[in-house]
Design a protein around this ligand. Structure first.
Ligand SMILES: Cc1ncc(COP(=O)(O)O)c(C=O)c1O
Length: 452
């Protein structure tokens, strides 16, 4: 660790010109972050938590610079958002140019080309070689809500099936779809009705083939509800908050085949997995999974709020004219940013995610070989996870996970955890991170596990 006793620099500018280094000039958090934390406690609702008590002044490439002048390695990308890199120059230029033209019209009042261009790009890029349509929204949860509305409108049915460990957001309906109570649901009910839950393929825990896991899931669904009442099944092709659970080969296609045989709309929630993150443009591609509707957000606009539902034209067009929308959905600045981000995803970032996977997996598998507490190393591309367990019992070890994260944070690395049992460390670096920074962060993580 370099602990330089230098005064905090004047506010740095973000983007990749920011020195790509880990640099600690204070303990984490430093005094300026602590002062802001105190103001936050007085001004911001308690329910709005923070993973690290650190406030950011600038960010770029693979680093965040805090208000004390510490430069932190970013393994979180603001939860899989700044995949293209923080303050990416292409995104900044496109958004800035749009800001100077106009900031808002409300697309449902008067249109603009950027919205249509984003829709065209998503129709082209999402899985499935069929006619598609897209509608744009602001957040992942809002897009999930709209995917459900569209599926209900197309099928004239109401029931939705979601999975164990699922996370789909924090709005009323998406809380109902989300599996985990704390911190997402407790005290916030009642939740949207007519949601049924099925077991997810979780190879590390269930040891089942994809076909067997699908058979069990389908059996469970059919025991709970009549298939002709089900509007949609919604699933994350690789689960995010639930623990980066990668289903066994064959699970997703078997589910899709069953759904189609019963006229049920298949919705892939690619909010966290989309846009090169997993070493494919969309995670569905890894599994030969062709959903009817795909929900995207996060990485789509390089840090600006934008989300989408894209899917089969006949399903998307089932909603009546005027039935979909919202004041800010498909904001022109966010659309301009998205077009720049999409150009970057198509220009080598899918391959970059695979390079990150190779570097990280080599290091993580080496650590796993010598440590029975690293129960599983899994994921794809730059969406990788370690599941930590008690060496004696094999049970999830959330306490160990908390200690590891705290040690890594203290060393100046932004690291997130997840999992229904709170025992999964997840890696979501910006795809713009350099090899050296990535290796340094992995060394810090592996040392933290070894010493915890
Ligand atoms: C798979 C998935 N769906 C939906 C959401 C909700 O997105 P948002 O937080 O933008 O509402 C998330 C957010 O983490 C997510 O990971």
């Amino acid at each position: 660790m370099t602990l330089q006793h230098a005064p905090a620099p004047t506010t740095p500018h973000g983007g990749p010109s920011l020195p790509q280094e880990r640099r600690l000039v204070t303990a984490i958090p430093g005094p300026a972050s602590q002062a802001l934390m105190a103001r936050k406690s007085d001004a911001v609702a308690r329910g709005v938590g923070m993973t690290m008590p650190v406030f950011v002044a600038a960010a770029g490439g693979g680093v965040l610079v805090d208000v004390d002048g510490n430069s932190l390695i970013d393994l979180g990308s603001g939860i899989a958002v700044t995949s293209v890199g923080n303050a990416d120059p292409g995104v900044v230029a496109a958004a800035s140019a749009q800001l100077e033209q106009f900031t808002h019209t409300c697309f449902t009042v008067t249109g603009y080309e950027g919205y249509v261009e984003v829709a065209e790009a998503l129709n082209r890029l999402t899985p499935g070689d069929f006619a598609k349509r897209t509608a744009l929204f602001n957040s992942g949860a809002e897009a999930v809500e709209n995917a459900v509305k569209i599926a209900r409108s197309a099928t004239r049915r109401s029931t939705i099936v979601a999975f164990d460990h699922a996370y789909h957001g924090r709005t009323s309906l998406t809380m109902a779809l989300t599996a985990k109570s704390m911190p997402y649901k407790r005290g916030f009910g009642p939740f949207g009705a007519e949601v049924h839950r099925a077991p997810m393929s979780y190879p590390f825990r269930d040891g089942l083939s994809g076909a067997e896991a699908a058979r069990i899931a389908i059996e469970r669904i059919e025991r709970q509800v009549e298939t002709d009442e089900i509007a949609a099944v919604i699933i994350e092709p690789i689960q995010g908050e639930g623990g980066f659970v990668v289903p066994a080969e064959g699970f997703l296609p078997a589910l899709a085949d069953w759904a189609r045989a019963h006229g049920i709309v298949v919705i892939a929630d690619e909010v966290q997995t989309g846009f090169a993150r997993t070493g494919a443009m969309f995670a569905s591609e890894h599994f030969g999974f062709e959903p009817d509707l795909v929900v995207t957000a996060k990485g789509l606009a390089g840090g600006l709020p934008l989300s989408a539902v894209t899917g089969r034209a006949e399903i998307m067009d089932a909603a009546h004219a005027g039935g979909l929308g919202g004041t800010y959905g498909g904001n022109p600045v966010a659309c301009a940013a998205a077009l720049a981000a999409i150009a970057a995803f198509e220009d080598g970032l899918v391959d970059r995610a695979r390079e990150i996977e190779a570097i990280a997996l080599e290091r993580l598998h080496a650590a796993q070989a010598g440590d029975p507490r690293i129960g599983d190393v899994r994921g794809r591309g730059a969406m990788l996870a370690i599941e930590l367990v008690d060496a004696a019992t094999g049970r999830p070890d959330a306490d160990l996970t908390r200690r590891v994260a705290a040690a890594v944070h203290a060393q100046g690395v932004v690291l997130l955890t997840c999992g229904t049992d709170g025992n999964v460390v997840r890696l979501l670096p910006p795809l713009a991170i350099g090899d050296d920074l990535l290796r340094e962060a992995l060394d810090i993580l592996c040392a933290a596990i070894a010493n915890a």
